[in-house]
Design a protein around this ligand. Sequence first.
Ligand code: SAH
Ligand code: SF4
Ligand code: F3S
Length: 447
Amino acid sequence: MEQKRKYFTVNYGCQMNEYDTEVLSGHLENLGYVPAGRIEEAEVLVINTCAVRQKAEEKVFSYLGKLHSLKQQNPNMLMVLWGCMVQQESVARKVRQRYSFIDLICGPHALGRFPELLEKARCSTRPVIELSELGDRENLPVKRKQGIHAWVPISHGCDNYCSYCIVPYVRGAEKSRRPENIMQEIRELVREGYREVTLLGQNVNSYGKDLEKDMNFARLLELADGVEGLLRIRFMTSHPRDFSEEVIRVIRRGEKICEHFHLPLQAGSNNVLQRMNRGYTREDYLQLIAKIRELIPGASITTDIIAGFPGEAEADFAQTMDMVRRIRFDAAFTFVYSPRKGTRAACMEDQLAPEVKKERIVALNNLQNRISLEKNEKLVGSTREVLVEGRSKTDPEMYTGRTRTNKIVHFCSNEELTGKLVKITITKAGPWTLTGQLLGIEEKLHR
Ligand code: SAH
Ligand code: SF4
Ligand code: F3S
């Protein structure tokens, strides 16, 4: 029997990057490749990269260091370095100089042109670099992971230029996808057996600003909520500045739209928020949280916070801690500020010492972990609707699912329930996950 050609992918980025990797996989499968079980078997290796923090780049460089010997053992393996990190010209150049065994270096815009670029790289003895921003992102093949959950991009790029952030530079200007294309994709996914979609964008609330007048995020959510056979809709990321009351009301009315709000706060002091160019104050943010909790009392709220932004004084950081105490987020992704070349914040004076940043993030994490645990402990004894995702990755004896509020629950179950909504009584809580007992299948959707 003829041996099929194989490919292997490695992902270092966010959900949008994961989706892009699914498209690259889709292209490769159209070309006749199949996934390799082990990296050594691959004829094509794709590494999708991220630029958002220094650490993300360091991880990729350390990986590249290890790849040299793999290339020596498999000289015919085509190595592709894709994504946000290499969209930065200086990084692409560095890769070409120091890691000349990489065959193709491509920014995220070339997604539609991957097959031709791969062919070009195959025929070339020198690395091929493609950083142009041209490229359509419709009608692309997508090879999604098997399961019940699918990522669905609704917009690409970002126009916000938060002063610390590299994303607008590497991902380009914001562009909304056509609603009919999004809806067609969701319906198709349901036909294929997917039950939950996450609508993706750097700022989903500004969806539709570049489309016809009556198209916006609230309208899109409503349309998606009407898709028969779909069980749940999630979305990320929301920008607090653009979050309208209309969207909160649509979520409240919606049957499938989950009551989980990921609203990056970034900082709690107005002074820092302003220098971050976030476009809201702490008071605006508190008001938004109050509105969400008034209209949807059971909603969960999670956030992103940066500690150690340039010029962040003790008093500014105290305001961040104060916001965390007041709001009591269900969870927070916390980051030490990382200067990104070319962004405004990287040139600001008063960059803080690493020890100060470290100290602050430790304090922040201790506080938030305690709050997350307390909030989860409150759920013990209650019964929740859980969508069963399949066997747990950490304990194959157990199954995993999520509540509507995006809490991960582990429980004993069986294969037939995967993809179904079940009732689970929560029996134990940790800061990040819950344990529960299966009560039965959910008859109909409810909160
Ligand atoms: N578009 C999304 C996600 C951006 S990246 C949003 O606006 O929320 C995800 C998170 O990384 C950001 O929310 C921010 O908290 C963090 N981040 C971005 N740039 C960073 C930097 N230079 N240093 C540290 N954290 C950063
Ligand atoms: Fe970056 Fe701000 Fe855009 Fe988010 S909204 S991607 S943090 S510039
Ligand atoms: Fe995502 Fe990192 Fe790019 S967060 S958009 S992969 S810079």
